[in-house]
Design a protein around this ligand. Sequence first.
Ligand code: BGP
Length: 478
Amino acid sequence: MSEKQSVLPENFLWGGAVAANQCEGAYLEDGKGLSPVDILPDAAHGRWEALEHPMKTLETKYDFYPSHESIDFYHRYKEDIKLFAEMGFKCFRTSICWPRIFPNGDDMIPNEKGLEFYDNLFDECKKYGIEPLVTINHFDTPVELMKKYNGWKDRRCIDFYLRFCDVIFKRYKGKVKYWMTFNEINMILHIPFFGGGIDVTNEENPLQTKYQAAHHQLVASAMATKLGHEIDPENKIGCMLAAGQTYPYTCNPEDIWKSIEKNREGYFFIDIQSRGYYPSYSKRFFEENNIKLELHEGDEKVLRENTVDYISFSYYSSRLTSADPQNNSKTEGNVFSTMKNPYLQASEWGWQIDPLGLRITMNEIYDRYQKPLFIVENGLGAVDTVEPDGSINDDYRIEYLREHVREMKEAVLDGVELMGYTPWGCIDLISAGTGEMKKRYGFIYVDRDNDGNGTLERSRKKSFEWYKQVIASNGENI
Ligand code: BGP
């Protein structure tokens, strides 16, 4: 290891990220209720269609639900955390599965078995000095809440969510300090079933429904921030954005304006969570889209008084837009579709690889809010090959991550305050977008295929050793 001082602070939180619904499996064990992914098939069986019509999906029986067993983290977490510790993780991002704690979402009494699982999980992390970083709702609004209330469209979800928060803040006080209220909160606009347990199929003005649901989540997030601070003043509570700048296709001012509008789609949420009020541009946007929000007395006050402590975000790719409707050289990213950027390569799933875009994104977000940032997702989804000797030589993943860590450090040198870095899917898991197993992100390989075959055995990829040395050198040796 070099003697020179590292660019990143000494207490930098290196780690990895997963989400309960994509790795735990055990989908009906110990009293758990259904999560949105539990009623969805994989890509080959029409995941996107199912996501768009969740109510219809509920009545359908598919042959195979990838989430039902997933990588069985529920039973294998000890082995997995041991591997994370071997890599030198300082923190581990996961989520608490809401329907494991409140199977119907609106129950009065929490499910003790579910709570015990997370007690054990956090204790196991502690054993290795790994700090948990917890997403309270990662695409995991109980399906029962969708059936009864159409999810977050209904304001009562705020109370159900706060009941859940109250239970977990108290139970894990002293064990968990870093929280995020909603994963990729802006995703409610793109995948409302994941983001808010909502079916918009029969909604007269789907945009109205989505923004009303977003308002409920924003109020819930602010109230949870208040509650979390009251229960333990040590708590640090953040928001979470699916980030990635949208660039203008040309220097034509029309394109520039279009890119500003696109970027505001995501910033809208963080403007409220970080500044504490609806941004000025939202008024016109709502009018032009015939959106009339129902606000209750006290909503504005609670938003204003309970802004987040830090801003976390996912970054995989930048995006590109043009004002010209003829310009349709599109590439399909699973959730976002974007134009092809001629300067960038793309992953097998069409996600364009743009390390400098991370530096750009970090600078933009930090300039806008002046709060500490946390990169809680980044990585390359790829097909890995197991060689006859059992090795997995994922040089493409190392290359992707190396370039992103390099740019992340540049952003820190630019003056951005950064708390940590947790690459996505540090152990292979089910893809949220496609439901596939073959779209892998991990440093740790899991023997499991798209049809559910495999031993579930874990093994170290080449990137495992690489990341270990990155952490050991605090990001100097990449
Ligand atoms: C983000 C989600 C994650 C994760 C990741 C990768 O949007 O927060 O849950 O899955 O994207 O996406 P995918 O799994 O579709 O490759």
